[in-house]
Design a protein around this ligand. Structure first.
Ligand SMILES: Cc1cc2nc3c(=O)[nH]c(=O)nc-3n(C[C@H](O)[C@H](O)[C@H](O)COP(=O)(O)OP(=O)(O)OC[C@H]3O[C@@H](n4cnc5c(N)ncnc54)[C@H](O)[C@@H]3O)c2cc1C
Ligand SMILES: Cc1cc2nc3c(=O)[nH]c(=O)nc-3n(C[C@H](O)[C@H](O)[C@H](O)COP(=O)(O)O)c2cc1C
Length: 638
């Protein structure tokens, strides 16, 4: 990986390798904009993992530009002290501290900013909707100046590169694109007009920072909407910005109507935006950063080797494993906790107001979840090697406990093995690979093909028993559900080469949708029957959008508001909202209605006097995220 680990000079910045952490809103910010210690630790750890540069998350240049009360801010001198702590923490670990400056424009809500969002034109944000206030020329000039003030504060705070957020459908992007800018004055119309706002911002920032200081511009080079930006137009825009004083471009994609191009879910190819970066590099021959689903250092190395880009941004990959660059440099690729592009991080910032990660429960809790050696090493017996059991086992072993992990199946991974069968979820295998590697690394004694009973527990005589026995599939309580035609999700996915001609999937939750897509991609005619008015309810929104589109592309029939009444030998009878019953023919009926905790072993041993803990699905069927988190917490506390 010599290409990825070669150094690079960007204006007056020396970069020790080609890896950049792009802006990633952690939202680990207090409501008053102050920066708590956990945020500083979050950034320090990212820098310590070895990227050449860390770009601090989007900082609002103006109060009406914030998109969440947890967003970082740079619109007042009082924020400089906190920002300086972050810049120093990044620098102290040998990485270049950079910061992104940002205005949300119409892509925020009046609930957050207590006034109407501003925009180039009277066109509401496609997802948030609601009225917006078109900016006057005076308003535009004020915001340009605020970007300049932000740049002055960024330098005071100790940052060594400033990135202007011109992407993802936020204010600067809104001006650039005909999709959101229908102004008829000098800030709209042709490319020159639509680029004027961005150009003035670059000029203002350049005036504030001096000629040698590097300025980056993040662009959504493709918006994937009618009238949106495309690469050719983006190249013309970048020419104007280069003349105005921009030095380097980060090539991203998407806007609020196409968020799947901003944070590409696992359905989308790795490095799927690198081609656009390559086109820009070829056309302009300027420093180019590429971003987007580059979660593998080997792919990153290839990008640099081929000259597609000069720098590779790894975002979610460094949330999942901040030490990825270091591990890659040391050749420890198997030890990398790879981002699986599930977008838990994106969902958590907006739904929970703080960042979380499915594969890395420590994200955002770096201080509270630091490792400390066990005070008294104990014999710990873990039953079940799904994500929960694997995680608690290696975490406890790492702290010095003598850990014995038992799994009745011939391989570890639990339900995630079946969860990784579909073509679009192969990334999950990386999670199992990582957990397995940690088990070996920290000396967990692994007993596979070994079903634990009360007698096994007695024979082992552990100090602590941890049950991570997971869950077993549920079946709906309807007439004739025990017919041969009815199969579980596991059976449907493990069907091997046996083709199912026609299937009805009962349940349109995440698993039902995934199974339906898998079957339809393998030539099966599929109908989903769901009681609720919508399918995919608890799924992360970007993943849901792409999944539903794919179901439609594969002609999956979706019957919402429909209830299973009974099973026949050759199909099912379902009732719609008006109680009319219809028969749907099928060769298989897949029950995807959830699962119930597997508490069989718990019931056998609960009165034997052992210290027993339960984690994951055997407490309550939920997700790998919950199981891993609970394993991480318990492993640190025993
Ligand atoms: C098709 C599918 C797709 C999914 N996709 C996702 C996803 O994308 N994201 C997500 O977060 N979640 C997903 N899930 C849910 C997720 O897999 C589970 O929530 C998670 O695996 C629960 O982890 P766990 O460790 O608690 O239990 P499990 O994964 O169920 O593991 C329990 C293990 O215990 C073993 N065991 C049980 N009893 C004994 C015993 N007596 N002795 C020895 N071993 C025993 C079992 O064999 C099993 O391997 C999916 C589930 C399915 C079925
Ligand atoms: C949780 C989260 C927060 C993000 N915040 C920002 C941000 O503040 N500024 C920005 O330009 N992009 C932001 N992005 C987009 C990323 O910088 C990056 O473009 C995107 O995640 C794709 O790269 P990746 O696959 O390496 O993560 C964010 C993405 C995520 C997942």
């Amino acid at each position: 990986m010599k290409h990825l680990f070669s150094n690079y000079r960007l204006k007056n910045c020396d970069l020790k390798n080609r890896i950049v952490m792009p802006g990633l809103a952690s939202f680990l910010i207090e409501d008053d904009g102050s920066i708590p210690d956990k945020t500083i630790e979050h950034y320090r750890l990212r820098a310590a993992g070895g990227p050449a540069m860390v770009i601090m998350e989007a900082c609002a240049v103006s109060p009406e530009g914030i998109v969440s009360p947890h967003q970082a801010r740079i619109y007042d001198d009082r924020f400089v002290e906190g920002l300086n702590k972050i810049a120093r923490a990044i620098k102290s670990e040998g990485s270049v501290p950079a910061v992104q400056i940002h205005h949300g424009g119409r892509q925020t809500s009046s609930k957050v900013i207590k006034q109407l969002p501003v925009a180039p034109s009277p066109l509401p944000c496609p997802t948030i909707k609601g009225d917006v206030k078109p900016l006057t020329t005076g308003g535009i000039e004020e915001i340009v100046k605020k970007f300049g003030d932000a740049a002055t504060r960024a330098i005071e705070a100790g940052f060594e590169l400033i990135e202007i957020h011109g992407a993802h459908g936020y204010l600067v992007n809104q001006f650039l694109s005909r999709f959101s800018n229908i102004r008829e004055d000098r800030y709209g119309g042709d490319i020159e007009g639509r680029t004027r706002f961005a150009k003035e911002i670059v000029q203002e920032v350049r005036n504030r920072v001096g000629k040698d200081f590097p300025i980056s511009f993040k662009i959504s080079a493709m918006e994937f909407v009618k009238d949106g930006l495309e690469v050719e137009e983006s190249i013309e825009i970048l020419k104007i910005l280069l003349n105005a004083g921009m030095d380097v471009v980060q090539v991203s994609a998407g806007n609020d109507a196409t968020p799947e191009w901003i944070c590409q879910p696992m359905f989308m190819g790795k490095a799927c935006l690198a081609g656009f970066a390559g086109k820009i590099k070829k056309a302009l021959d300027i420093p180019v950063m590429t971003v987007g689903r580059i979660n593998d250092p080997l792919i990153a190395d290839e990008i640099i080797k081929n000259g597609t880009a000069d720098l590779v941004c790894i975002g979610r990959g460094l949330l999942a494993d901040p030490e990825m660059p270091k591990k890659a440099m040391e050749g420890r690729l198997d030890d990398i906790r790879t981002c699986i592009a599930c977008n838990t991080c994106m969902e958590s910032i907006f739904r929970r107001g703080r960042i979380e990660c499915l594969v890395n429960p420590v994200l955002g809790r770096e201080k509270e979840m630091a490792f400390h050696p066990a005070k008294t090493p104990k014999k710990v017996m873990v039953v079940g090697a799904g994500p929960g059991g694997l995680n608690v086992a290696w975490v406890a072993a790492r702290r010095g406990h003598d850990v014995h992990l038992f799994e009745k199946q011939p391989q570890v991974g639990g339900q995630l093995i079946v969860g990784s069968i579909t073509a679009f979820k192969k990334e999950i295998l990386n999670l199992i690979r990582f957990q397995k590697r940690q088990i070996e690394r920290f000396g967990v004694k692994c007993h596979i093909n070994h079903e634990v009973t009360a007698n096994t527990v007695k024979a082992q005589a552990p100090d602590i028993v941890i049950l991570a026995t997971g869950s077993v599939p549920s079946f709906p309580p309807v007439d004739r559900i025990d017919r041969e035609i009815v199969i579980s999700v596991n059976e449907a996915l493990n069907n091997g080469q046996q083709k199912i001609e026609k299937a009805v999937v009962i349940g349109g939750g995440p698993t039902g949708c995934e199974v339906a897509l898998h079957l339809s991609e393998n030539g099966c005619q599929v109908t989903i029957v769901e009681m609720l008015p919508k399918i995919g309810a608890p799924l992360e929104s970007i993943t849901k959008k792409v999944l539903i589109r794919k179901l439609k592309d594969n002609n999956v029939e979706i019957r919402t508001g429909s209830k299973l009444i009974r099973v026949e030998d050759n199909g099912v009878v379902v009732a719609g909202e008006d109680d009319t019953q219809v028969f749907i023919e099928a060769s298989k009926v897949v029950a995807a209605v959830g699962s119930k905790p597997d508490n069989r072993l718990y019931n056998q041993i609960k009165s034997l006097g052992y210290e027993i803990h339960q984690i994951g699905d055997c407490l309550e069927p939920r997700s790998a995220k919950a199981a891993i988190y609970e394993g991480g917490v318990l492993g640190r506390s025993i």
